[in-house]
Design a binder for this molecule. Structure first.
Ligand code: SF4
Length: 310
């Protein structure tokens, strides 16, 4: 059995990581504070649905209620689990620290809360946020989630990410200088990328000693610039088999210590244009397991010292 899993997976699972760290099941609970994204000032990422509530009024009680309601569901299912509130949607550090700090302080007082996860963009962490993240990291287990999507500059321009690879790298290094756990997000199947580009992105994250990774499959959502691009300049959408092949190869180049938080996408079916195979999440996950088995491959098997220091 692979060292970093509790089941038949051949990659480092989040469940394994949490069980080692907290000796209990831990569930990340998504919280949506309607955080806006500064990238929408220049149109936003082409695959993203608009989140432009710039003048947000956060009702702290509502956020705590939102968290407690979700926890109730998990408490029924796994009564012994612990929780990490996950500020997921939008660019959470684009808000002033003073807006989030009181909510986080309240969440951390809730029994069974053992950490905080905050999603943001690499170009949206101010000095006051770094100071607060440092403080928070000394107080609890903190995960900061950053989108990279691709290490190919041309792709970042095409998808209108609004930042370059260097910005991502510098942000990871700075967070790591505070010993903060960093989760990177990447997308496979971005327009006009080849398998080599996606494998290169995985190798790049390896070189940065990223702590955890979420691998997404690109999906096209209705009424987005990406949906328009697909109509006017159709690009290849990965088949399930191609996606599985790429993920297995990426896993083989990642250090075994890197935690895989996600290795497929999870689209809202009502808005999905393509690919339809992505709606069968468990089929994709099982097929990845089968392919790793067929190739007798484990995470990190193809690592060479050049990949680590690249
Ligand atoms: S950074 Fe995130 S929220 Fe902002 S436009 Fe891109 S995908 Fe959307």
């Amino acid at each position: 059995m692979f060292k970093y899993t509790l089941d038949n997976k051949r990659y480092h699972t989040l469940n394994y990581f949490f069980r080692q760290k907290f000796k209990q099941k831990v569930v990340k609970i998504p919280i949506d504070i309607d955080a806006y994204c500064p990238n929408f000032a220049s149109g936003g990422c082409i695959f993203c649905k608009n989140r432009s509530k710039a003048n947000i009024i956060i009702d702290e009680d509502d956020i705590i209620k939102q968290f407690n309601n979700t926890v109730k569901v998990y408490d029924n299912k796994w009564p012994n689990s612990l929780y990490i509130p996950y500020f997921q949607a939008g660019t959470n550090t684009a808000l002033p620290v003073s807006k989030l700090k009181p909510i986080i302080t309240r969440l951390l007082k809730i029994p069974k809360v053992v950490g905080i996860a905050i999603a943001t963009r690499p170009d949206a962490i101010s000095e006051s946020w770094y100071n607060y993240l440092n403080e928070l990291n000394n107080q609890t287990f903190l995960m900061v989630e950053l989108g990279l999507q691709s290490s190919n500059e041309a792709t970042l321009k095409l998808i209108n990410r609004g930042h370059d690879v260097k910005t991502f790298k510098d942000t990871v290094l700075k967070l790591h200088s505070y010993h903060i756990f960093v989760v990177a997000h990447i997308i496979n199947g971005l327009p006009f990328e080849a398998k080599e580009d996606m494998v290169k992105t995985a190798k790049f994250l390896n070189s940065l000693n990223i702590d955890a990774l979420k691998i997404h499959m690109l999906y096209i959502i209705k009424d987005t610039p990406l949906a328009n691009l697909y109509k006017t300049k159709p690009f290849h959408i990965l088949t399930k088999e191609e996606y599985i092949d790429i993920v297995c190869t990426q896993l083989s180049y990642l250090k075994p210590e890197i935690v895989l938080e996600r290795i497929t996408g999870d689209p809202d079916e009502s808005l999905l244009v393509a690919p339809l195979w992505l709606t069968k999440k468990f089929v994709v996950l099982n097929d990845i397991d089968k392919e790793m088995q067929k190739r007798n491959l484990f995470q990190g098997d193809n690592l060479q010292s050049g990949d680590i220091n690249e």
